[in-house]
Design a protein around this ligand. Structure first.
Ligand code: ZN
Length: 276
């Protein structure tokens, strides 16, 4: 998923093709077809850096840049703009996956202070049982998970809490009973815990190979308003809005800037087909 291209080359590339992109953006704006981007972050902390951890300073720089260049909107507003059939505002929605405890030390207070909306997807059993994520255990580094009290407190102040399954499995490997539990029972349990509706769902891992038609159907049957993948791509205006594509909130600011610059590549990432 991550290229090995050094940051300075990506930055140089952005400079070189910048004017073409700008012309492209002007055309899309004029037609009201400026696509909507949705970012997913995982963990903001100043320790144990990995491909999905970003430092306090790095996160602040990205948020500063995003605030200066985009409308930062909720997932529901992003969905509304896509569905409306006309968007001439550069638009980004911010989400987090998993539920890492350290986010509450810096990232979430920063967003709340600046009144920037975000959706916070949590894995229910890891939070409730205070169990480290399997992907962290496998990496030999059990990182702290959000407590249910934290998630409740976020919900109480109006943060959109989303469902990221019960146990963070690859949904493409599960049978019907397991899918029902990971998608529907997880959403219901989360709603019971926080006393609010949970309208959004995010696929663990979220690449094309982790998505299945049956999983999408169960999400629909459950009543989720939107389902998020994580394999990149912008959301074209006027397309169906049940499936929202997301772009990685990478620790590299150069990459994030590159991915959000309306390049032809990001505009043409294929949609997962869950219906005919
Ligand atoms: Zn995840």
């Amino acid at each position: 998923m991550h290229s090995a291209v050094p940051d300075f080359l990506i930055t140089a590339y952005n400079w070189t093709v910048g004017p073409l992109r700008s012309a492209n953006v002007r055309v899309l704006k004029a037609r009201g077809l400026l696509p909507v981007s949705i970012l997913f972050y995982h963990r903001v902390a100043n320790s144990f850096f990995n491909g999905w951890t970003i430092s306090h300073e790095g996160f602040t720089r990205q948020i500063d840049w995003l605030q200066a260049n985009f409308d930062l909107v909720s997932l529901s507003e992003a969905q509304r703009r896509i569905a409306s059939g006309f968007n001439n505002r550069p638009t980004v929605a911010i989400t987090f996956d998993d539920g890492y405890a350290e986010n509450s030390e810096y990232a979430l207070p920063l967003l709340l202070e600046r009144s920037i909306p975000f959706t916070y997807f949590v894995t229910v059993r890891n939070v409730v049982d205070q169990r480290p994520f399997t992907h962290d255990l496998n990496a030999g580094r059990p990182l702290p998970v959000d407590s249910l009290e934290t998630v409740r407190a976020l919900a109480a102040i109006g943060v959109d809490i989303g469902c990221h399954t019960m146990t963070h499995p690859d949904l493409a490997t599960l049978d019907e009973t397991q899918l029902q539990r990971e998608i529907s029972a997880a959403g219901k349990e989360l709603e019971d815990h926080i006393g609010r509706s949970v309208p959004h769902f995010a696929f663990p891992f979220g690449l094309q190979q982790n998505l299945t038609r049956r999983a999408f159907e169960i999400c629909r049957e459950h009543g989720y308003a939107a389902v998020c993948s994580a394999y990149g791509g912008m959301n074209a205006i006027g397309q169906e809005v049940f499936h929202l594509q997301r772009i990685h909130g990478d620790p590299s600011e150069a990459r994030v800037r590159h991915w959000l610059s309306y390049s032809q590549r990001q505009l043409s990432v294929p949609r997962f087909r869950y219906q005919d």
